[in-house]
Design a protein around this ligand. Structure first.
Ligand code: HEM
Length: 394
């Protein structure tokens, strides 16, 4: 159980991740929290919140002390939510290996080339529009096609799928908005049912095919494999979609950075830096399995610890010129893809997808321009835009 046992009032801080100004840009607030209260108790989320790089990375690394699997502190995880995300090592290791090996076996170059053609076609079609919403016209279809290609499954219909993805993203904020639970859980069950049908009928090459071929090696009940397939599809779409918006806005606000990316040798470090600078994953949580301390703060067993990776990614102790976009930053061990045994399974693919968008923008019929005020989605765990009004008209 989460229990705010004897939390000193000095540790209580006002932090509303859904405040409109924070949604627009949380980074000044993150800097303030890092400097003044690097470990604080958040009443509403019933969590300890960490904002410094070293603390966040250590919690994500130390799965013995900080569990992702809440059954380790006596909580229940319903079967439809049991996946790679609810197992810790050693139980998680073979399942993770199955998915990583299956993902890595795919034809990344071919998927990248086809994505490039799709982006070029979309840009061509939109080249005369006075204004369009980058999120619905570009980010959503490109993220869905590239994800379905990687998994090797038929593309779900865009409109209904975007609603499922949206409900899943809102569900991640259930600590702040408990009302998101019902719709989020229903969306997961609906999507799991689609995944079940893929397991019965799908015969295309791709990640799913390879996962099914080698499933026995994972030595976990079959529903873990199906639910992890579901998680993988949704994690891919949701993060690539959100990143496509955040990265496009960053490049619109830093046109000189896009020009610098014409230098191909900057593409790999540049994509990682764009994710460090304004990535989608703001935070994730773990639960303490025994009593411990972080800095001088005592964490009791069963208490939740929220690592704000997006705050850690701007920590000047780790990143020189942390608030600047430094396209050749190296080393760049940011936490935008997480860290430790639950770090992103699809990092290479996420980087590939973002790279296609950057190349697409560099080869666009005309420079993309902002055509109105962006509208942020009201979600805290995943930072995303709802509307990014843009145009190619000059
Ligand atoms: C730019 C795009 C992406 C970003 C920023 C991103 C970010 C993240 C982060 C921060 C985590 C760790 C969450 C935690 O520790 O609780 C994570 C986990 C995960 N990601 Fe990604 N991701 C991206 C793309 C993808 C793609 C393309 C896939 C699938 C092909 C994917 C599949 C997953 C899965 C399955 C997990 C859970 C791993 C586990 O719990 O062991 N992600 N991602």
């Amino acid at each position: 159980m989460n229990s705010p046992l004897h939390v000193p009032t000095t540790h209580k801080v006002r932090y509303d991740p859904l405040d409109p100004d924070t949604l627009t840009s949380p980074y000044a607030l993150y800097a303030h929290l890092r400097e003044t209260t690097p470990v604080f108790w958040h009443e509403q989320m019933e969590s300890w919140v960490l904002t410094r790089y070293r603390d966040c990375r250590e919690v994500l690394r130390d799965y013995r002390l900080f569990a992702r699997d809440r059954r380790r502190v006596g909580e229940d995880v319903p079967e439809f939510r049991q996946s790679i995300q609810s197992l810790d090592p050693p139980a998680q290791t073979s399942l993770r290996g199955l998915f990583i090996n299956s993902l890595r076996a795919q034809d990344f170059d071919g998927i990248g080339r086809r994505s490039q053609r799709q982006i070029a076609d979309i840009f061509q079609r939109l080249s005369d529009r006075a204004e369009f919403n980058w999120m619905t016209e570009v980010a959503a279809p490109v993220s869905l096609t590239i994800t379905a290609e990687l998994l090797g499954v038929d593309e779900p219909e865009l409109g209904p799928y975007v609603q499922i993805s949206d409900a899943l993203a809102r569900r991640m904020d259930s600590g702040l908005l408990p009302s998101t639970v019902e719709a989020g859980d229903q969306a997961r069950k609906d999507f799991n049912a689609l995944v079940d049908s893929w397991f019965e009928t799908n015969d295309r090459p791709g990640t799913l095919h390879d996962v099914r071929e080698n499933a026995a090696k994972a030595k976990v009940p079959e529903h873990y494999i199906r639910n992890t397939t579901s998680v993988t599809f949704n994690a891919s779409f949701g993060t690539v979609y959100a990143t496509a918006g955040n990265v496009a806005l960053t490049l619109l606000q830093h046109p000189e950075a896009l020009e610098q990316l014409r230098n191909e040798s900057l593409l790999d470090t540049g994509v990682d830096e764009l994710i460090r600078f304004d990535g989608p994953a703001q935070g994730t949580s773990r639960v303490a399995t025994r009593r411990t301390t972080i800095r001088d703060t005592v964490i009791e067993p069963g208490q939740t610890v929220l690592t704000l990776m997006a705050a850690a990614n701007r920590d000047p102790e780790q990143f020189p010129r942390a608030d600047e976009l430094v396209l050749d930053r190296s080393p760049n061990q940011h936490l935008g893809f997480g860290w430790g045994p639950h770090a992103c399974l699809g990092t290479m693919f996420g980087q590939l997808a973002v790279k296609q968008l950057v190349i697409g923008l560099l080869n666009a019929p005309a420079p993309l321009r902002l055509a109105g005020a962006p509208v942020r989605r009201r979600t805290a765990t995943v930072r995303s835009l709802d509307v990014l009004p843009v145009t190619f008209r000059q």
